[in-house]
Design a protein around this ligand. Structure first.
Ligand SMILES: [Zn+2]
Length: 236
C-alpha cells in the first residue's frame, strides 16, 4: 500500500513538473517581437502622413547615414545587427518577425509599422545608427513615442526604452548620446502608426571614426545584441 502511494506520488511529481515546463515554454512562444532594420538600399522620397489623419507628410523612407571610416551605409549595418538579434531572440524561444531581410525592398516607415501591427508584436524594435555633422559626437540612444495617436502604447514603450538603454549601455559600455540617452519623439511616422509598444535604438554614431569602426566589429555587435536581448527579457 505504502509502495502504491509512493509510486502515485512520484507520478504526480513528474507530471506536475512537465506541466510547469510546458506552460512556461508555451507562454514564451507566444511572445512576439517585430524587428525593423532601418532604411533600405534606395530611399523613397514620396511622402506619407506622419500619423493617421495628419496633414503633415514626410518621406516614406530616407537613405540614412553612412560610416565615415567604414563607408558602410546605415541600411547594411542595421540589417547585420538585426539578423543577429533575430537569431538570439529565436534561440530564447521568442517568435520573431522582420520587416525586411534583404536590402532591395521598398517599404515605407508607415508600412513597417503596419506590418508589425499585423503581427500583434508584444514589442517592435527599430534598429538604426546615428550621424552628426559634429564628428566628435558619440553614444547610444533609445527613442520612444509620445504622440497622440500612440497614447495606448506610450507608457509601455517608455518602459521598454528605459530597459533598452540601461541594458545596452551595461553590455557595451557605450556613452549615452544626447545627455540622457532617452529621446521622446512625436514626429516619427514609424512610431505614430504603431499600435504595438515600439522603440528605436540608435546604436551609435557612424559619423565618429572610432564608433563607426566599433559598430561594424562582430565582438561589439555581439555585445549590442546581448544588451538588446536582456532588455527584451526584462520587459516581457
Ligand atoms: Zn536611421
Amino acid at each position: 500500500m505504502k509502495r502504491a502511494i509512493f509510486i502515485v506520488a512520484i507520478f504526480i511529481l513528474i507530471f506536475s513538473q512537465m506541466g510547469i515546463d510546458v506552460g512556461k515554454a508555451a507562454s514564451k512562444e507566444q511572445r512576439t517581437i517585430c524587428i525593423d532594420p532601418g532604411h533600405q538600399s534606395h530611399q523613397n522620397l514620396d511622402k506619407e502622413p506622419i500619423a493617421p489623419g495628419s496633414k503633415i507628410r514626410k518621406a516614406k523612407v530616407s537613405s540614412g547615414t553612412a560610416g565615415i571610416a567604414t563607408k558602410k551605409p546605415e541600411y547594411k549595418l542595421t540589417l547585420e545587427v538585426a539578423l543577429k538579434l533575430r537569431n538570439s531572440l529565436r534561440k530564447k524561444g521568442y517568435k520573431v518577425f522582420m520587416t525586411r531581410t534583404t536590402h532591395t525592398v521598398n517599404i515605407s516607415n508607415v508600412q513597417r509599422a503596419q506590418y508589425c501591427n499585423q503581427k500583434h508584436a508584444d514589442l517592435t524594435l527599430r534598429i538604426h545608427a546615428d550621424g552628426s555633422i559634429n564628428k566628435n559626437v558619440q553614444g547610444l540612444s533609445v527613442l520612444y513615442p509620445t504622440g497622440k495617436s500612440t497614447k495606448k502604447v506610450n507608457q509601455a514603450s517608455k518602459k521598454a526604452a528605459e530597459y533598452m538603454l540601461q541594458e545596452s549601455i551595461k553590455a557595451t559600455r557605450a556613452k549615452k548620446a544626447y545627455r540622457t540617452g532617452l529621446m521622446p519623439r512625436e514626429d516619427l511616422s514609424g512610431f505614430n502608426w504603431s499600435t504595438t509598444p515600439v522603440i528605436l535604438v540608435e546604436m551609435g554614431f557612424m559619423s565618429n571614426q572610432s564608433e563607426d569602426r566599433r559598430l561594424s566589429t562582430s565582438s561589439y555587435q555581439k555585445k549590442l545584441v546581448q544588451g538588446m536581448v536582456n532588455a527584451v527579457e526584462r520587459y516581457l
